[in-house]
Design a protein around this ligand. Structure first.
Ligand code: ADP
Length: 218
């Protein structure tokens, strides 16, 4: 479904969110106080405008209240990012996602009502560490402190066996959510499905169980 998203702050982070959403077919209003940044995003957004996002009357004049989603990607100007977040929530934007530079910034944003706070450098650092920790891990998402979802490459150790035979749920307490084979994705694997070498398994479980599986089972 087509979404209406306002992206505020068109640095590296904001412009990549803006351009990607626009490519996906969503309506994107791109805002920055810097003319060059706005110009650079003109062809990659539905509308690109120069405005000061800490000025409530400017935001209202742009019709920001009609947008359900906003991304605040104002870089290091903590005061501007907090003020803008607060105003967007007051105007009534239901989902406001904000980029934070550190934990302190994140806490303030949560207090003023940000619906999701992203720390790109920190989050990417965690992912890179996991990839480096094990070459079998392709991608990684934390669900909570204890549980995560990982993408792992299957070796010949578990190849040519069905999920029933592998019995990973019993042996490792992990769940196979999907199996990727080249371009094909089997999103609801059944017990009779076979795993082949180099398949990518998307598995969910406790971090300790996933670690055990990654070291001994795959
Ligand atoms: P990144 O680290 O993602 O590259 P930057 O700090 O380079 O982020 O970019 C932040 C952007 O936010 C800049 O383009 C800047 O002009 C914009 N910006 C900062 N304050 C405001 C504001 N009050 N209103 C609109 N845009 C702003």
């Amino acid at each position: 479904m087509k979404k209406q998203v306002v992206v505020i702050g068109l640095g590296r982070f904001g412009s990549s969110v803006c351009q990607e959403l626009y490519k996906m077919g969503h309506e994107v209003l791109a805002i920055d106080s810097n003319m060059e940044r706005v110009d650079a995003n003109r062809d990659h957004s539905s509308h690109a405008v120069i405005a000061n996002a800490t000025d409530e009357s400017e935001l209202k004049a742009l019709g920001v209240r009609n947008f359900d989603n906003a991304i605040v990607a104002i870089g290091d100007d903590l005061q501007a990012s907090v003020l803008c977040t607060l105003m967007l929530k007051e105007i009534g934007v239901s989902k406001v996602w904000v980029k934070a530079r550190d934990l302190q910034h994140q806490k303030i944003l949560e207090k003023v009502g940000a619906d999701r706070v992203i720390q790109p450098e920190y989050e990417m650092g965690v992912r890179v560490a996991h990839h480096m920790d094990s070459e079998k891990i392709i991608d990684y998402i934390d669900l909570s402190k204890d549980y995560s979802i990982q993408e792992l490459t299957a070796s010949d150790k578990i190849a040519n066996r069905t999920l029933a035979k592998l019995n990973l749920r019993e042996r490792y307490k992990i769940i196979i959510l999907a199996i990727k084979r080249g371009e094909d994705v089997n999103i609801a694997p059944v017990p009779n499905d076979e795993v082949q070498e180099n398949d990518v398994l998307i598995v969910m479980g406790h971090r300790d169980d996933l670690k055990r599986f990654e070291e001994k089972g795959i």
